[in-house]
Design a protein around this ligand. Structure first.
Ligand code: NAD
Length: 494
């Protein structure tokens, strides 16, 4: 199969060296309703303009919602929805490099990590295609009570309605796929609002789905530099479910703004990992360093807090600091780069000011602690105060805290000492400690002998407490995007 001209146009435009910025419309099922205005999408590494993208207005959001609503009763059965998703997986597997390049350019993600994101997106599509086929309901045992005996009862899983999807900048392809693909599997048309900094992957993905056979009107992408269009999507009467991934502040404000909708929140974290003294320190340091500094720490499950047993604390800190100093920081398109820029100058400033606050509170800088433009040096801080901002909030930058503990109970309570609870990790050879951690760490996921930065696309992924209220992963997202309709059959009255 060859790539269609539409896909090739979208997916390669930023891959063409020497060309000026490309002008891109939003993908609006209902067509454009507001006067044409554009905003620039820039490369966070060098500030170069990559594309000029439509700035949608509220009217475009409203029209997209109404267009999506018109498709709710389309004849688009499960086998066809699955086929579209499978074809999209195939098309994407043939266009991995251009998609990776778009991610690297607009999000500043090192190209090797960008390729890994594309590979994961192919899996997300495949898993969603399988869920589209598996979607079913169950038989309700009507004979279980005298009142209902003699009837046949079914609990059907039906689509919840139009899905409003709002996504962050840091996984501009796979997190879009984690919302759009399960929605298609569930039978829900989607209005997607990607992050202002990274709309190009979303637009290319929408074209990919169109090329794979997604009917017109099933997916609109409303782009724009203003957060107001996200708010307009949340406020509109049509979307029955808002699927949001992003920061805690915005996420919880959406939940209170839409009490009449199902609001699924995937939010931030300040991920801890516990390191017991019975492990290979160098091997663990290598894994932790990749998980803390890869993509400049801009993953919701980047390791932020390393809790290490005091017997190996100095060795682990030193091993991490050495690795931090040797990582290649620079151009995301360079194959050798480990750490690219953070998304913008404001983020770099915010990260540095948090580091300053920690050092003012007594933390020692073992590596990094400075920035060159948007390139923040991988930073290792030892002994950061546990009542400070860095301990309790999300840094979202290449900064890791190393704090020692004396006994295992203390390690568990240090890990739990935060309102955020997405993933936590533990490295140990002691099975009873691993089991104890799985029971007592109050997180959405506990990873044993793995960095907590690892996410399997099929896992029930999501946070507890302030980190969210839902689980993504195609099977679980499809469950959220459907609701049960009870149907009872009785014999006609005689
Ligand atoms: P953000 O919260 O600033 O923005 C996320 C999206 O919300 C963007 O599309 C933005 O335009 C939109 N938005 C902003 N204000 C809005 C409003 N009032 N109403 C509706 N939409 C609005 O997040 P970000 O900086 O793009 O991404 C980083 C954050 O995302 C981090 O906190 C990170 O931990 C989190 N994140 C979580 C997960 C997860 O699965 N739990 C995954 C990736 C990122």
């Amino acid at each position: 199969m060859t790539t269609s001209p539409t896909l090739a146009r979208r997916a390669t435009y930023v891959a063409e060296e020497g060309d000026g910025p490309v002008r891109l419309g939003a993908r609006l099922g209902a067509g454009r309703k507001s006067p044409e205005r554009l905003h620039d999408v820039r490369n966070p590494y060098d500030g170069r303009t990559l594309a000029s993208v439509s700035t949608c207005a509220e009217a475009d959001v409203w029209a997209s919602c109404e267009e999506a609503e018109r498709h709710l009763d389309d004849d688009f059965p499960q086998f066809q929805r699955s086929r579209v998703l499978s074809s999209a997986a195939l098309l994407l597997s043939e266009s991995q490099n251009p998609f990776a390049r778009i991610i690297a350019l607009e999000a500043g993600k090192p190209i090797r990590a960008a390729r890994a994101e594309v590979a994961r997106c192919i899996d997300t599509l495949r898993l969603s295609a399988a869920e589209a086929l598996a979607l079913s309901g169950e038989v309700v045992p009507m004979d279980a009570t005298a009142a209902s005996a003699g009837r046949l009862g079914l609990a059907l899983r039906v689509p919840i309605g139009v899905v409003g999807a709002i996504t962050p900048f840091n996984f501009p392809l796979n997190l879009v796929a984690h919302k759009v693909a399960p929605a298609i599997a569930a039978g829900c048309p989607v209005v997607l609002k990607p992050a202002p900094a990274t709309p190009l992957s979303a637009l290319a993905f929408a074209d990919l789905l169109a090329d794979a056979g997604l009917p017109d009107g099933w997916l609109s992408v409303v782009t724009g530099a203003r957060d107001e269009i996200g708010a307009a999507l949340v406020a509109h009467r049509v979307p029955r479910l808002i699927s949001f991934t992003g920061s805690c502040t915005v996420g919880w404000s959406i939940a209170s703004a839409a009490p009449d909708k199902r609001v699924c929140l995937e939010l931030g974290a300040n991920t801890p990992v516990i390191v017991e003294p019975d492990v290979d320190v160098d091997a663990v340091a290598e894994r932790v360093s990749q998980a803390a500094f890869g993509y400049a720490g801009q993953s919701c499950i980047s390791i932020q807090r390393v809790l290490v047993h005091e017997r190996i604390a100095n060795d682990l800190s030193a091993a991490l600091a050495t690795r931090a100093r040797h990582l290649v920081v620079g151009d995301p398109l360079d194959e050798l780069t480990d750490v690219g820029p953070v998304i913008n100058a404001a983020s770099a400033q915010r990260i540095l000011s948090s580091v300053r606050e920690a050092t003012d509170g007594g933390a020692r800088v073992l590596a990094g602690g400075e920035a060159n433009g948007n390139l923040v040096a991988p930073t290792v801080l030892e002994g950061a105060p546990r009542d400070g901002r860095l301990w309790s909030e999300e840094i979202f930058g290449p900064v890791v805290l190393v704090n020692a503990y004396a006994d295992f109970d203390a390690a568990l309570s240090m890990a739990n000492q935060s309102d955020l609870g997405l993933h936590a990790g533990i490295f140990t050879n002691d099975l009873s400690k691993a089991l104890d951690a799985a029971r007592r760490l109050r997180f959405g996921g506990v990873l044993v002998n793995d960095v907590p930065t690892f996410r399997a696309d099929q896992e029930p992924y999501g946070g507890v407490r302030a980190s969210g209220n839902t689980r993504e992963g195609p099977r679980y997202a499809v469950e959220s995007m459907t609701e049960l309709r009870f149907v009872s059959f009785a014999a006609p009255p005689r």
